[in-house]
Design a protein around this ligand. Structure first.
Ligand code: ADP
Ligand code: ADP
Length: 225
């Protein structure tokens, strides 16, 4: 459970001002979608929250704590990537267990967390498989599972559905929406897809050229006047 607060956050890559004075507060358990064209700064913003990218200016707080100088593992976040980032040589079970084993969580507790996540995602029958024996949608479910088992305060999603074909993407969009009702965790979700934004977001942040252009509920932003 945590609020995420960005205050005047900036990112410069040399002359490129990728993110410009972004102010954004994501409430506890709120699901906020960052949307906008390629290159508008969505991913950079998310990666700064994750701690994968240094910030050039401003303050990022998670759960009331300034995290500017904390490494990713100390931020109480979990991130879902476009490319799933699964370990190819490990089974699904070991992929799910990996982060918890790194943290020296006892195996019995790991088992419990994995059973819980697997039931939520419907991936119980896949535990002994390797990633390349899974479909794209199944791999994405495992990637989600890896986040769920950690019970982080915040989920960060970086275009998680953009590698899937249109049909699967539509199905996963519905599944993610459904998942929201079972795992209520503060979430920031990056996509260039307006349908995803409207389906999933409590609020939508529209970015353009590194700036926040608009913030509102799907109804406020997309209802034709
Ligand atoms: P989006 O996620 O909206 O597609 P990004 O956050 O990836 O946009 O990129 C925002 C801007 O920052 C773009 O102009 C991009 O070219 C630039 N950028 C992103 N990463 C780097 C980097 N590592 N080095 C230099 N410029 C970068
Ligand atoms: P885990 O507990 O899942 O092993 P770590 O604590 O080792 O994760 O890593 C901390 C953070 O590093 C992760 O939550 C994630 O945000 C980031 N991370 C993990 N894998 C990758 C990756 N392939 N590329 C970029 N960042 C990653």
């Amino acid at each position: 459970m945590a609020e995420v607060k960005l205050t005047q956050v900036n990112k410069r890559y040399g002359p490129v001002h990728a993110v410009h004075d972004v102010d954004l507060t994501v409430a506890d358990e709120e699901f906020v979608v960052l949307v906008g064209p390629s290159g508008c700064g969505k991913s950079t913003t998310l990666r700064m929250v994750a701690g994968l990218e240094e910030i050039s200016g401003g303050i990022i707080e998670i759960g009331g704590r300034v995290v500017n100088d904390l490494p990713p593992r100390d931020r109480d976040i979990a991130m879902v990537f476009q490319n799933y980032a699964l370990y190819q040589h490990m089974t699904v079970y070991d992929n799910l267990a990996f982060g918890l084993r790194n943290r020296k969580v006892p195996e019995a507790d790991i088992r419990k967390e994995i059973d819980r996540a697997a039931a939520i995602l419907g991936i119980e029958p896949l535990m002994g498989r390797k990633p390349k024996q899974l479909s794209g949608g199944q791999q994405q479910r495992v990637a989600l599972g890896r986040c769920i088992v950690r019970n982080p305060a915040v989920f960060l999603f970086d275009e998680p559905l953009s590698n899937l074909d249109a049909k699967l993407r539509a199905q996963m969009r519905i599944e993610l929406k459904e998942l929201r009702t079972r795992v209520a965790t503060t979430s920031i979700y990056v996509t260039h897809d307006q349908v995803e934004a409207m389906t999933l977001g409590d609020r939508i942040v529209v970015m353009k050229d590194g700036l926040v252009q608009q913030i509102g509920t799907p109804l406020q932003l997309y209802r034709t006047p």
